[in-house]
Design a protein around this ligand. Sequence first.
Ligand SMILES: C[S@@+](CC[C@H](N)C(=O)[O-])C[C@H]1O[C@@H](n2cnc3c(N)ncnc32)[C@H](O)[C@@H]1O
Length: 301
Amino acid sequence: MTEYHMPVMLTESVQALKVKPDGIYVDLTFGGGGHSKEILKRLDKGHLYAFDQDTDTLANAEKIEDRSFTFIKANFRYLTKYLKVYEVTQVDGILGDLGISSHQIDEGSRGFSTRMNGSLDMRMNRDSDYSAFDLVNTIKESDMKIILSTYGEVKNAGRVAKAICVSRVNKPIETTGELVKVLERLAPRGKQNKFFAQVFQAIRIEVNDEMDILREVLEQSAGVMKKGGTIAFISYHSLEDRMVKNFFNNGKIYGDAEKDIYGNVIRPFMPMNRKPITAGTEEIARNKRARSAKLRVAEKL
Ligand SMILES: C[S@@+](CC[C@H](N)C(=O)[O-])C[C@H]1O[C@@H](n2cnc3c(N)ncnc32)[C@H](O)[C@@H]1O
């Protein structure tokens, strides 16, 4: 457990990886290093490569003094590319704990929190040149509506998109507080916080290109995983979970599965569970982030 971030489903996810002491593993989402440290405890001659695109995680990575550990400050969409740099062609396991960390939310200035006023930023990678400010102040109303309804499941997406576009005519929306002000009038009674969270989630997903990146990394993971290797993803909203589920079940993220002449689904992974694993009541009581978490595990065929 770290102050930076309390890891979710730590035991369940790391156990699912069935870490071999001499195996090669990848933690796609290092964050506070909770999952990475647990994997490292199980390694002897093996190695762990951990990715994170947020500079704030560097300090956490620097605290880990272990020859079995390599930190890669990069977007995990470059998984294959970076593994090549380290001359790794195949791995025994990959873990992804998607979304943002508690640290990122708690730093109000980064703009992820609906409750703290900060600049409209929401970039996980602050070297990126596209922030929530750019999105909110330049996007076409029709595109905003699609983003809100697809990524945030916002019911009155059209009205929200319009309100944002009207509000920015005289002066750009610069802070999360200003955005919340625009949203306040449209929030369903008694469900304000949920509504703000849905809008913020949608913007964050688009700013960080989270859906495309998840698709890319799922497809790449099939190419780098050893036969019998394990992949485990923890997701926090239905869109992510659906992508992971479809890929594990159908070998495809969108559309129907393809079958061979014997009627077997052509897919790189075999899902280990029909239903996702969820956190226990005790963990949920300790850590409310665990409430929406869904863990899916699959084995490379
Ligand atoms: C939920 S937190 C992971 C927490 C971590 N498992 C722990 O125990 O501390 C997600 C982390 O993944 C990082 N992240 C999200 N998407 C990423 C991406 N596409 N590439 C690299 N890092 C990413 C975020 O910056 C964040 O630090």
